[in-house]
Write a protein that binds this ligand. Sequence first.
Ligand code: NIG
Ligand code: FE
Length: 411
Amino acid sequence: MTTVLINIKELIQVRDTHIQKVSGKDMATLPTIKNAFLVIENDRIMGYGSMDNIPSFSSVKTIDCTGKMVFPTWCDSHTHIVYAGNREQEFVDRINGLTYEEIANRGGGILNSAKKLQETSEDELYQQSRKRLEEIQQLGTGAVEIKSGYGLTVAAELKILRVIKRLQENYHIPIKATFLGAHAFPKAYKENQEAYINLVIEEMLPKVAEERLADFVDVFCETGYFSVAQTERIMEAAKQYGLQPKIHVNQFTSIGGLQASVQHGALSVDHLEIMKPEDIEALKGSETMPVALPSCSYFLSIPYTPARELIEAGLPVALATDFNPGSTPSGNMNFVVATACIKMKMTPEEAINAATINGAYAMNLSNEVGSITKGKKANFFITKEIPSYGFLPYSFGSNVIDSVFINGKQI
Ligand code: NIG
Ligand code: FE
């Protein structure tokens, strides 16, 4: 079936060739076509161009987009949306003065979510998670990465990854799964960290690989969580199973996890709120995507990733939500793009590149999504009538999305 969108006020992020990512100064360029058409055949983008040159079509469905813009859907390369319940109480505790660290040290934080998840059935977990996935799609997300990490036992980590598998089967957006068994040390292993690392490496990883439940491996490499040496052990073990690293680093402290991740060929390093000059240096010349999570900085009131410094160093930047119950209970990529502009001083062009093609790269999906390119998936959204694409981040908190299309079909 062929569908043609006509009279598009501006078609955003049009790339004639299959690029993998955009870096440095190139991030300031966002290619668009004004007064455009877009042709969709079944689930793929078949063509596009200026309305001045629109070919004549017979028996096609047309959608008139007068006054409206078309964007490729957001690519959210970092989420933890398979979780149980919420952590509203900790939100109030933080308002009343406790820090994220203090809450975690009292047995709250990740361990609190793990306890809830362990007590939740797989089916119930699926039901809670599917609602979040449906919500983010309506907010314009058309490809997503989801991590485990709120299980912390063999059974509960597998439960999360099986839920992700079920989401992959039932929802037709690209979903990548990441095994994050090393998210926090369970209480029973606080004094015997080695035993937990062994559990991750010797029991969890082989099962995850055997059931083909993950595409990537992640570790929360941070003071008070997993050390650089422990992170390296896990990355090396995961390599045997073909799992590429995507690592949480530099959220609160810069301890060398970024350098270790780059050396291990990580696809991405995520968070990066605390960056030393040597961290930026280590990224130069690598294929590792730096991923910023501004909603997390916003929610926790911690520094924002120094995106300007990264871009000025010639590096790419991707933006993602980090949707999780503790540090970012929001999966809204529109808010992420706006916050990147407002707080990180990214321009709308840079932020949109970071949330589309660079997000796709950070999930190994650049060939499928992230731009309006012939042959890519027809995953896009149509805006309401807006004056410019910069209006999207400018009007932060408003929803400018009119409709979302996944695989060429409105959802
Ligand atoms: O990416 N930093 C580690 N993990 C999550 C938050 C964990 C939690 O508080 O539940 C994050 O921010
Ligand atoms: Fe995270």
